[in-house]
Ligand binder design. Sequence first.
Ligand SMILES: [Zn+2]
Ligand SMILES: [Zn+2]
Length: 371
Amino acid sequence: MRTNNKDLYSVLGVSRDASFEEIKASYRRLAKELHPDVNKDDPDCAEKFKELTQAYEILSDPEKRARYDRFGTDKEMADPFGGMSDIFETFFGDFFGVGQERTRRTVSFRGEDREIVVGLTYFEAINGAPNKIIEYDRYERCEKCEGKGSVSGRKVVCKVCHGTGQVTSSRRTILGNVYQTYSCPECNGKGFVIEDPCPHCRGTGRVITKTKISISIPPFTEEKKIFKVRSGGNAGSYGEEYGDLYVQIKYINDDRFIRDGYDLIYPVNISFPQAVLGTKIKYYTPDSEEDFSEYEIPSGVQPYAEFKIRGRGLPKQGGRSRGDLIIRTIIKTPTDLTDEERELYIKLAKIRGEYLEKDNLFKKIKKKIKK
Ligand SMILES: [Zn+2]
Ligand SMILES: [Zn+2]
């Protein structure tokens, strides 16, 4: 790592209070003079040209110039890793970094957040589920090495990046050497290496484990609601903190009902005589898994008539209200008549003037065809 104590103003040959125009003019003049293409025999020139370009980059930018003026030229200039902007760092790497923070890691070891979908019965959605068990696979901290990833518990500072997790390479361009910072290939950006990896977690400090947790679902939980479980996600590598778990609610269909948004349709089969005369039916609501209520269907009900029980559907508006339960009548035409029933239907049809003997009907059609 190089240090540079040169004053940027003197590199550009201007005074500290030089205007932007003056800096620009001076840079242009010196850049022509020092350009590596015209000074191929002089290796110092390339270095000088680079210094010039970098000095200009800073002093031509009011913000960077102000920062440079504030931090000065000596000690801060020697500090290889600085608090300047990322772009600045990318381009100038260890050259002009200014600031206090010496090491800077690009890799985070916090565990990943996780998302899972959890099925809830209508009953649970309405009544709540204070002890809902959720099972899933996740990374948990390795017990054998307490998450450290190494048998001895030792981390060795990476010799390549000296613990920073980053390396800087230089590339020659028309502007001189351009510096770029990469994640250290030796330690994959960790800044340390583990020389005696734990065999159980293969040196990562975490292992995939079947996990069982219990969460409390409040009453009137709407579908798609998301609950955050702090630290319910994956364990971090090398003993670092767990990510969070996001539990999204999905309703499990209940065969007794047809779902229509927040409303639940409860289909009920009734016979012809029941439709004609009226009847009493049993119906269920999602409030209870066993208990039922009774409803009086009036006489003369039509097929697919609907009777609304307000507020007995699914939770909505964040659980502040509920959809409706709708009883729907399905009138079943009987197909398994006994002789006695058949006689009665014929009699009924005759009374209503609706009876046509099949034979008669057949003869009439024949006559029509002959004509
Ligand atoms: Zn490294
Ligand atoms: Zn381990």
